[in-house]
Design a protein around this ligand. Structure first.
Ligand code: NAD
Length: 242
């Protein structure tokens, strides 16, 4: 595939909008696709507030497993390209639907996590969110106040955190280059971000081996894997991903 590298100085604010396909290339299982988590587990039993209320230990066991799986995987060259670009360019942001912390592990700092993180936990009694970077299971399942903790993740039927949403809206609205990677664009409100960026006048690029429901919105489409395309697009082929 012929890819002309972008001149990053042409853009004031670059936004990378990532989904499960970005991490799939690192080996993190997707949810819906072939080999996806929801073929093995019913989300109703593991990823909803009701499931957690019914049986918090069962939900914790499931999420401990997700942490273990994520730690077996490493960021790929595509993650590294984004992190390097943040060091070189004054305004690079990541808005991600992923919960695995892979962008931060590769060195990205300006990451907005729309759907939460498996590396955080919260006490709903006290309304406090804690980081839990223990490289394994969650360090605790109960808060010091005695209440159950819960993974700080947006489960099915949960509302998104309004502060995170307005932060993401602000970032996406002022993008002049918006690059969407590995998202099918069907999960809302994230699925509205390409249109929001377009309305703000951004150039839109999609990187995804498969066409998506939103492909028609994009100015340029690269139907290939994230790592390969990102290296070419930002002229960082020396990272040499296979
Ligand atoms: P999705 O599973 O609906 O779509 C994934 C997309 O990635 C597909 O369109 C697929 O063609 C594409 N893809 C696969 N491999 C790719 C590659 N190497 N390079 C580029 N693209 C590739 O994902 P979604 O749109 O993010 O929605 C899924 C929801 O599930 C999100 O809400 C997300 O929070 C959650 N989720 C998160 C993780 C994670 O944190 N790693 C994993 C699974 C699901």
């Amino acid at each position: 595939m012929n890819i002309t590298p972008l001149n990053t100085t042409d853009y004031d604010h670059i936004v990378f909008f990532t989904g499960a396909g970005m991490s799939a290339e690192s080996g993190v299982p997707t949810y819906r696709g072939s080999g996806g988590i929801w073929h093995e587990y019913r989300w109703e039993d593991y990823a909803s507030q009701e499931a957690w209320k019914r049986n918090p230990d069962k939900v914790f066991d499931f999420h401990d497993e997700r942490r273990k799986e994520a730690l077996k995987c490493n960021p790929h060259a595509g993650h590294e390209v984004i992190a390097l670009l943040e060091q070189d360019h004054p305004d690079v942001s990541v808005v991600t639907q992923n919960i695995d912390g892979m962008h931060q592990r590769s060195g990205s700092r300006k990451v907005t996590e729309l759907h939460g993180s498996i590396w955080r936990i919260r006490c709903e009694e006290e309304g406090v969110i804690h980081e839990d970077m223990n490289p394994g299971p969650y360090a605790a399942r109960k808060c010091n106040c005695g209440a159950w903790l819960r993974p700080d993740i947006i489960w099915f039927s949960d509302y998104l955190n309004p502060n995170i949403l307005s932060q993401a809206d602000e970032i996406v609205s002022r993008a002049d280059l918006f690059i969407s990677i590995g998202t099918s664009g069907v999960v809302w409100p994230a699925a509205g971000y390409p249109q929001l960026a377009k309305s703000g006048g951004a150039k839109l690029i999609e990187i995804n081996p498969e066409p998506t429901e939103l492909s028609h919105l994009y100015d340029q489409i690269y139907p290939d894997k994230a790592g390969k395309v990102l290296q070419k697009l930002f002229d960082l082929l020396h990272l040499n991903i296979t």
